[in-house]
Design a protein around this ligand. Structure first.
Ligand SMILES: CC(C)(COP(=O)(O)OP(=O)(O)OC[C@H]1O[C@@H](n2cnc3c(N)ncnc32)[C@H](O)[C@@H]1OP(=O)(O)O)[C@@H](O)C(=O)NCCC(=O)NCCS
Length: 226
């Protein structure tokens, strides 16, 4: 494993100052190509990446356990700064978005969600995500994913959202399944990682299924009896 320039625990103790509160589901802008909206949950706030996110993302997303089954992230803080600048250019071009995940009430990026179009106009798209391991199993992923799915289907106009996950990536597969992603295929030896071609599972969530499961999850209000 790479030597970390500073310890993740210290980073987490020095979370940056709280930012303005955003209520659940509130979208403060809808013109995402000019700037991503802030997506507010109860545990997390998702917002556009900034150059100042580079140090925390470098600390949290370059560990062996996070990177084992994903494309190698930048290897330096400067590399993350360049990546962040690239994400803004791609968003402006309308082909890609990347949200920073921040714990509610703080402004430190602890993970990212990326969505890229796979056909012009963003009708079909692919997403990927990574969260710092201290936040695994905390509900941060689930809530962030719900916000990103709503953004993709409601704001961007995606109708089919694909994901690929290495067969060996137990957490990645478990995370996608619990969101309702459907396994559609096995992509044999499709992903080169550490000199080895890995098999991947192809998942998709289609807009109709997402809408249906969201309706099913809504609390049913009993009719009032007078
Ligand atoms: C993928 C990731 C964002 C998910 O976040 P997370 O907080 O770990 O996800 P959660 O704990 O909410 O959900 C994972 C689910 O998989 C389950 N799981 C864990 N290990 C598993 C395994 N080996 N096999 C099957 N399921 C597994 C968990 O129990 C959990 O389900 P549950 O909430 O019903 O118990 C995070 O693990 C991560 O960043 N991983 C590294 C990067 C990565 O692999 N990205 C995904 C590429 S597809």
């Amino acid at each position: 494993m790479e030597n970390m320039p500073y310890r993740v625990e210290l980073e987490l103790q020095t979370l940056q100052a709280p930012i303005g509160e955003v209520t659940r589901g509130e979208v403060t802008s809808t013109d995402w190509q000019n700037g991503l909206p802030v997506l507010g949950g109860t545990q997390v706030t998702l917002r556009e990446l900034r150059a100042s996110d580079a140090p925390s993302l470098f600390a949290l997303l370059t560990t062996e356990e996070v990177t084992r089954f994903i494309s190698p992230p930048p290897t330096t803080v400067e590399g993350f700064e360049k990546f962040i600048a690239w994400t803004i250019r791609q968003r402006t071009a309308g082909t890609y978005v990347c949200f920073a995940v921040t714990p509610k009430g703080y402004d430190t990026a602890i993970g990212i969600f990326q969505i890229r179009e796979t056909e012009p106009g963003f009708g079909t798209a692919e997403w990927g995500f990574a969260i710092g391991s201290p936040f695994w199993g905390t509900g941060v992923f689930q809530e962030s994913a719900d916000l990103v799915l709503e953004f993709a289907f409601e704001t961007v106009g995606v109708h089919r959202l694909e994901a690929r996950s290495a067969v060996r990536n137990g957490r990645g597969n478990g995370a996608l399944r619990k969101l309702g992603a459907v396994q559609e295929g096995l992509l044999r030896k499709s992903f080169l990682r550490n000199g080895e071609y890995l098999d991947q599972v192809l998942y998709a969530i289609v807009e109709d299924d997402w809408r249906f499961s969201r309706e099913m999850a809504r609390p049913i209000h009993a009719p009032r009896i007078h």
